[in-house]
Design a protein around this ligand. Structure first.
Ligand code: NI
Ligand code: MN
Length: 230
């Protein structure tokens, strides 16, 4: 199902898992796949990836990262505290940076940005030649999202909306206003009973803040054609 003609695509794979093919580079973020019944793909369905990005070490984010890395020999990228020790689990290479750090993966710049959560949490900015993506990880709303907007001008933002472990609908809508991407995709909802949420209510909340931000509510696994969004 990953054979396609578009050059640049994204797929939300349920929870916070996002697969991206951008500028001929393939990334999987927060691959909580095999233990999520709502995820439509198995880790091996991903094929080869150039890197595995992990926003923090909670189980619902690190997920199948080690297994995918061992199979593909792709590095695991995250904060130092997230990736340390993974080499002992046969991960060939880790890229342990910290907030503000960046690395080049294929044709992309991957930048670690803050998130407000427990432990070692972060978000990611992924910058291709003509397209910039923000994956917020698990976080509450914070006003420095305006700085992320100014610095990295994300075209597409993946924002948690589930509440309980992260911000909920109203705060995530305010985050969309701060980040001003052209497209927002809600994530981190409906996986567990504590985070049941109606994504269409999120659409209403965002449009109350800014009617020009487009909100996509894909099914897990659905292809988002980034070339059509440019
Ligand atoms: Ni978490
Ligand atoms: Mn989480």
């Amino acid at each position: 199902m990953f054979l396609g003609v578009e050059l640049n695509i994204a797929r939300w794979l349920g929870h916070a898992a996002v697969y991206i093919e951008l500028s001929k580079t393939k990334l999987i973020i927060d691959p909580y796949l095999s233990r999520n019944p709502l995820c439509p793909v198995k880790p091996e369905d991903l094929g080869d990836v150039d890197a595995i990005l992990v926003t923090h070490s909670h189980e619902d984010h690190i997920g199948d990262a080690v297994e995918i890395s061992v199979r593909t020999h792709a590095p695991i990228v995250g904060t130092y505290d997230v990736v340390k020790g993974l080499e002992e689990k046969n991960v060939v290479r880790t890229i342990g940076m910290n907030i503000g750090g960046s690395t080049r993966i294929g044709n992309l710049d991957v930048i670690i940005v803050p998130a407000i959560h427990t432990g070692n949490a972060s978000g990611f900015i992924i910058k291709g030649e003509n397209f910039s993506i923000y994956h917020a990880g698990d976080t509450f709303l914070f006003s420095d999202m305006k700085l992320l907007a100014e610095l990295y001008k994300p075209d597409l933002a993946f924002l948690p909306i589930g509440g309980y472990y992260t911000m909920g609908l109203a705060e995530a809508a305010k985050a969309a206003l701060f980040i001003k991407p052209r497209i927002v995709v809600p994530i981190h909802y409906n996986t567990f009973k504590e985070i049941q949420q109606d994504p269409y209510k999120f659409v209403d909340y965002v449009h109350k803040e800014d009617p020009f931000i487009k909100v996509l509510t894909p099914e897990p696994g659905e292809r988002i054609n980034l070339d059509q969004l440019l």
